[in-house]
Design a protein around this ligand. Structure first.
Ligand SMILES: Cc1cc2nc3c(=O)[nH]c(=O)nc-3n(C[C@H](O)[C@H](O)[C@H](O)COP(=O)(O)O)c2cc1C
Length: 170
């Protein structure tokens, strides 16, 4: 049986789901039985040898579903191989300040679970329709349609997961 890895993601507008799917595809190319699932649909961690947790950032925070997943499974994930990634437009320009903001946003994950390897920080996608009416006075009101995802960087990061997890590729 090939090793199994779960990529558990949260998303509002599917950007992070597509990134999770690309991570799963990269792992499958390495002979892994990888499965990308929305955090809300995961009710057991049994049968998996490694885990990847991903969430977009909205207003400086990860989605509450991602936090709930981590809080619910923190004990079960203890000492198991876990990696994490964040998706946000601030990841387009990974200055020290932006990295700190992403790290702060991810604290609900990193404060509860030991993360292996480097945290993934991936630029996302923006669309004016993503901005709620209540937020129209904020900076994101000038949102243009833009897909800043760097698929090569995403696949390169995914390609290092097995090494970080100590799982041999087939
Ligand atoms: C209202 C709003 C607030 C956002 N706040 C942030 C933020 O604080 N930091 C950031 O890096 N990106 C921010 N973004 C960009 C999102 O993270 C980006 O659109 C992401 O791709 C959404 O992923 P999803 O489609 O999986 O929900 C924001 C986007 C919107 C619409």
């Amino acid at each position: 049986m090939p090793p199994r890895i779960l990529i558990a993601y949260a998303t509002k507008h599917e950007t992070t789901r597509e990134i999770a799917d690309a991570i799963a595809a990269t792992l499958k190319e390495q002979g892994i039985d990888a499965e990308a699932r929305h955090v809300g649909t995961v009710d057991t961690l049994s049968g998996y040898d490694g885990f990847v947790i991903g969430s977009p950032i909205y207003m400086g925070k990860i989605l509450k579903e991602a936090k709930q997943f981590v809080n619910h499974f923190a004990d079960a994930l203890h000492e198991r191989p876990v990696a994490a990634f964040a998706v946000g437009m601030s990841c387009k320009d990974l200055t020290d300040e932006n990295c700190r903001k992403v790290e702060t946003a991810m604290e609900p994950v990193t404060g509860r679970i030991r993360i292996r390897g480097e945290m993934g920080m991936f630029a996302g996608r923006m669309n004016p329709s993503f901005v709620p009416v209540i937020g129209r006075f904020m900076r994101y009101d000038e949102a243009k349609t833009e897909d800043a995802r760097d698929w090569e960087a995403i696949r390169a990061w995914a390609g290092r997961l097995l090494e970080w997890f100590g799982i041999a590729a087939k």
